[in-house]
Design a protein around this ligand. Structure first.
Ligand code: ADP
Length: 398
């Protein structure tokens, strides 16, 4: 069974086609600048050179039309006809409290997603556009929605309720939702496989450290806490997001700088984090290079980032009453051995002991803790698309 996985942003779209019997990736691609001058599709059939198409793409339907053409193309396609694509899995950011797992898309589901747009005004509308465009182009193909928030719906109320007047939860559903759920779930499952133990007997702390970053506490396969909150702004320091700050800072800076409505939101989401502290870049590679050359603010940005990850790991150790494993994943987690090392330093009291030689690795599933480390530290490349495709297979023909 071939499954198409789609992840739609406001002006970009990522996709993959997977052969699910063997769980192999057949092709992947990216459309950028949808609705903007200079639209481009970059398609890669695995094992072949990239195919690049530069044509105007006015909307998501245009873009998906070109993606489907590429998928069935004689030279760089992976299917003879669209009929071979038996199901489509869509990544959707926010399902509010409505869905605690993936769901086959019906009109009622679309309605529920529309109702959640208030909670994710930047993310859900393009996700919905992508689904609608696909439905028009592939009206008889079953589609499944896989949510970033779903995995975290198992959190107990003490983890998700904010200490603000309870009526805001009741009236506006202001609570912790958490994001990156598909990734946290995937690496937790892989961790159990690597440790050779059932997931429902393990306590795992998963660190998804990418441009966006979050940590989750997973007990017996269920998320009990996560660092992102009502929006993906809370928690760790990120590429351009502040993570946790004293909320009083918002009104204070707004007043001091006489900022217009909405500007603080922009500053905290787009101008803060690693970029804000270092003043150099949101990309860890640039910041690391500057730090190595002795740039104080770059060094500080790295230290603040690591401090916050350690802070959450410690908190989740307490919440879980110990942990069997800490997992690192996503861009920084998978590639930045120095950062992993700094994060896990001086944690021997918690039973964490890194092996600095084993840690000199990137992008592959492996144990990076010392053999006698009570807590195993694992490097696991995330694979959200595979997780989405698996759920799609499971639900498409329901
Ligand atoms: P997202 O999906 O949230 O955009 P990714 O998981 O792709 O993010 O991670 C992107 C981040 O990973 C960037 O900040 C990038 O600098 C960082 N990264 C990628 N490779 C390396 C590396 N070799 N060393 C340090 N950081 C890296």
């Amino acid at each position: 069974m071939k499954v198409l996985v789609i992840n739609c942003g406001s002006s970009s779209l990522k996709y993959q086609v997977l052969q699910m019997e063997s769980e192999t990736l057949l092709c992947k691609g990216l459309v950028e600048r949808i609705g903007i001058k200079g639209s481009v599709l970059k398609h890669e059939k695995i094992g072949q050179d990239k195919f690049v198409l530069e044509v105007p793409m006015n909307d998501h339907k245009d873009a998906i039309g070109h993606v489907l053409d590429a998928i069935v193309d004689e030279n760089h396609g992976v299917a003879k006809s669209m009929a071979e694509i038996e199901a489509v899995g869509h990544r959707v950011v926010h399902a509010g409290e409505k869905y605690a797992s993936s769901v086959k898309i019906t009109e009622a589901v679309m309605q529920a997603l529309e109702e959640c747009t208030d909670l994710a005004p930047l993310h859900n509308p393009p996700n919905i556009l992508g689904i609608r465009a696909c439905q028009e182009l592939m009206p008889n193909t079953p589609m499944v929605a896989v949510f970033d928030t779903a995995f975290h719906q198992t959190m107990p109320a003490e983890s998700y309720i904010y200490a603000i007047p309870y009526e805001y939860y009741e009236k506006y559903k202001v609570r912790r939702y958490g994001f990156h759920g598909t990734s946290h779930k995937y690496v937790a499952e892989r961790a159990a496989a690597m440790l050779g133990k059932p997931l429902n007997e393990l306590k795992i702390i998963t660190c998804h450290l990418g441009n966006g970053a979050s940590v989750s506490a997973i007990k017996n396969g269920k998320c009990i806490d996560t660092s992102m909150g009502f929006t993906p702004l809370e928690g760790l320091v990120m590429g351009t997001r502040s993570g946790d700050i004293d909320p009083a800072i918002v009104t204070y800076i707004r007043q001091k700088e006489n900022l217009p409505q909405g500007e603080m939101n922009n500053i905290l989401n787009k101008k803060s984090g690693i970029l804000g502290i270092s003043g150099i870049s949101s990309d860890f590679r640039d910041v690391e290079a500057a730090a190595e050359e002795g740039n104080y603010r770059a060094q500080l940005a790295e230290k603040v980032f690591a401090h916050k990850v350690r802070f959450y790991i410690g908190a989740y150790f307490a919440e879980l009453n110990g942990a069997d494993a800490i997992v690192f994943t996503a861009g920084v987690g998978e590639n930045d051995m120095n950062m992993r090392d700094v994060i896990c330093q001086n944690m021997d009291a918690l039973g964490v002991k890194m092996d600095l030689v084993k840690n000199k690795v990137r992008g592959k599933e492996t144990v990076i803790s010392a053999d006698d480390s009570k807590v195993k530290v694992l490097l696991i490349p995330t694979n959200e698309e595979l997780m989405i495709a698996r759920d799609t297979v499971a639900l498409a023909n329901d």
